[in-house]
Design a binder for this molecule. Structure first.
Ligand SMILES: Nc1ncnc2c1ncn2[C@@H]1O[C@H](COP(=O)(O)OP(=O)(O)OP(=O)(O)O)[C@@H](O)[C@H]1O
Ligand SMILES: [Mg+2]
Length: 268
């Protein structure tokens, strides 16, 4: 797999790709018996958050099919976890709840998706195209309040799972730990407040801002990883791989890979 991806990058982009994985030093010791088992995406999330809150942070990455967490204390990655629920489940709930196509549900979610109800929700109407192309079927109008009532329970379920997992983590007793939300599904309106209430911690959403010339669409949280990888070669002046023999743990200290933290900070 790695070989095919490497060939693809060389052929189509004319560059040698850098794979984030065992042997790449991040400057963050991983307190796991087998650091190789810790997913690189979670390590990247944690290194980025470390620059924001060096004391203690919990990154919650709300993706499409998964929600993952990475927590660290005093610069050490102490906990990673995850489960198979994410933004796509919200979309499927909307499709089922409104009897709509998945593509329409996805569009409605990203345009109007929210977990807070406001004063005019009952009157704010959203058009839902019919499921079939049959001309006799008409578009339905639903209120924003109805949409919130579909989205919110699933998001609460996801956040409650995060809360329960964190209760079993080394961060459970440490109230300092800020929660940093990222990933595409972190963009739902009102999510930080709901998350703060359920998790009982300070919450903020992190997203990349730092790429000149990037379209606005690429500044969303879903592009955090891609943005970080684009910035990466500018921050890291030379690529560094340890020989297979020398590779031990992903536990580098300082040195050039601590600069990875720099681009992550600037990306958020
Ligand atoms: N503006 C938005 N509001 C709400 N949800 C959004 C928005 N934009 C994207 N999403 C959702 O974010 C999810 C995709 O997020 P992301 O790109 O982080 O996932 P992924 O990394 O591809 O998935 P995974 O991490 O599960 O492998 C989708 O469910 C999508 O519907
Ligand atoms: Mg993801």
């Amino acid at each position: 797999m790695q070989f095919s991806l490497e060939r693809m990058a060389e052929r189509y982009f004319g560059v040698r790709p850098l794979f984030i994985g065992p042997g790449v030093k991040t400057g963050m010791p991983i307190l796991y018996d087998n650091p190789r088992e810790v997913g690189p995406d979670r390590i990247a999330d944690a290194v980025g958050a470390y620059d924001l809150y060096p004391g203690a942070s919990i990154v919650v990455d709300l993706g499409a099919g998964t929600t993952t967490m990475a927590a660290f204390l005093s610069g050490r990655l102490v906990y990673v976890d995850g489960f198979a629920l994410g933004g796509h489940h919200v979309t499927m709930d909307i499709a089922r709840g409104l009897n709509a196509r998945v593509s329409d549900a996805e569009r409605i979610k990203t345009l109007y998706g929210s977990v807070i109800s406001g004063g005019s929700d009952e009157r704010d109407m959203i058009t839902v195209p019919p499921l079939s192309d049959d001309e006799r079927e008409q578009a339905q109008l639903i209120s924003r309040a109805t949409l919130v009532s579909i989205i919110k329970p699933r998001v609460e379920e996801i956040l409650e799972m995060v809360r329960d997992r964190l209760a079993n983590s080394p961060l459970s007793a440490d109230r300092r730990g800020h929660v940093i939300l990222t990933g595409g599904a972190s963009q739902l309106t009102g999510l930080p407040d709901l998350a703060a209430r359920i998790l009982g911690r300070q919450v903020r959403v992190a997203r990349p801002l730092g790429i000149a010339g990037a379209p606005d669409a690429a500044k969303g949280a879903a592009f955090a990883v891609a943005a970080g990888l684009l910035v990466y070669p500018q921050a890291a002046h030379l690529e560094h791989f340890e020989s297979r023999r020398k590779r031990q743990l992903m536990t580098g200290t300082g040195g050039y890979f601590s600069r990875v933290g720099l681009w992550l900070r600037e990306s958020f």
